[in-house]
Design a protein around this ligand. Structure first.
Ligand code: ADP
Ligand code: ADP
Length: 222
């Protein structure tokens, strides 16, 4: 079963820029995929197509059986709940504690307090932040802040996890820690797609790699 399928997909932005050209990609359920390529090559655009932040100008984007381009409004919101997303810059709320940052989305989605409590501890434990639950983001290192954002992305156990340059602001040790968390989630069954230009990290992990170059996708390994 495929989790992600792009068929002859292209994205031209409104200013005429061709960010992606004739991209074909299939990612199986349970796979771990790296997307590499230089800055500006189209990696973020590819991920944005997967979570419906941008629409393709040609071709199809099928995620978890849904044609993403056909989703609007409530159906798009429900679809996005099945995707965890991690960004380079963490996007934490400064005035909220770690626990609040991780659970704010569940609250908005109407999970009960009991269910939120049930999920919080194992999630913080998985990212190694159980002892930081009541801290505010500014007191944390970059690596810890990124682990908070991962906890937020996975607390609802989405089957697909997307990460856009998640280690772009981190040193090699912290980057490796982050990758180990992604690998653990993958071993629990999540499909994981990570963009990065850190070739060394990619080699060290040994998963399938595709490269985007000038908007075109090249298969590097199977
Ligand atoms: P990467 O993630 O590999 O750095 P992006 O997908 O962010 O690449 O960008 C690919 C290209 O598309 C870049 O040239 C970028 O400037 C351009 N681009 C990205 N977003 C937009 C947008 N909203 N409008 C116009 N051009 C964009
Ligand atoms: P990223 O590196 O994560 O793609 P960027 O800093 O490139 O982020 O882009 C930040 C925002 O600006 C995104 O929403 C992107 O779509 C938009 N953007 C990027 N490049 C351009 C561009 N050339 N023209 C218009 N918008 C752009």
């Amino acid at each position: 079963r495929l989790m992600v399928e792009l068929r002859s997909t292209a994205k031209t932005y409104l200013n005429g820029h061709n960010a992606l050209l004739d991209v074909n990609l299939a990612v199986k359920q349970g796979e771990f995929l790296f997307i590499t390529g230089p800055s500006g090559s189209g990696k973020s655009t590819l991920l944005k197509l997967l979570y419906g932040e941008e629409l393709p100008t040609q071709g199809e984007v099928i995620v978890d059986g849904c044609d993403v381009a056909c989703l609007r409004g409530d159906r798009l919101s429900l679809f996005r709940r099945r995707i965890g997303i991690v960004f380079q810059d963490y996007k934490l709320i400064p005035q909220r504690t770690v626990a609040e940052n991780v659970t704010v989305v569940l609250q908005a989605q109407g999970y009960t307090r009991k269910e939120i409590q049930r999920r919080l501890e194992p999630t913080l434990k998985l990212v190694g932040l159980l002892n930081k639950a009541d801290c505010f983001p500014e007191k944390l290192s970059g690596g810890e802040q990124q682990r908070v954002s991962i906890a937020r992305a996975i607390i609802a156990t989405p089957p697909l996890l997307l990460a856009d340059e998640p280690t772009g602001n981190l040193d090699p040790d912290n980057s490796w820690q982050i990758m180990q968390i992604f690998q653990k989630l993958n071993s629990f069954g999540a499909t994981v797609i990570v963009t990065t230009h850190d070739e060394q990290l990619v080699r060290r992990c040994g998963h399938r790699v595709v490269q985007v170059h000038n908007g075109r996708l090249h298969q590097i390994t199977e």
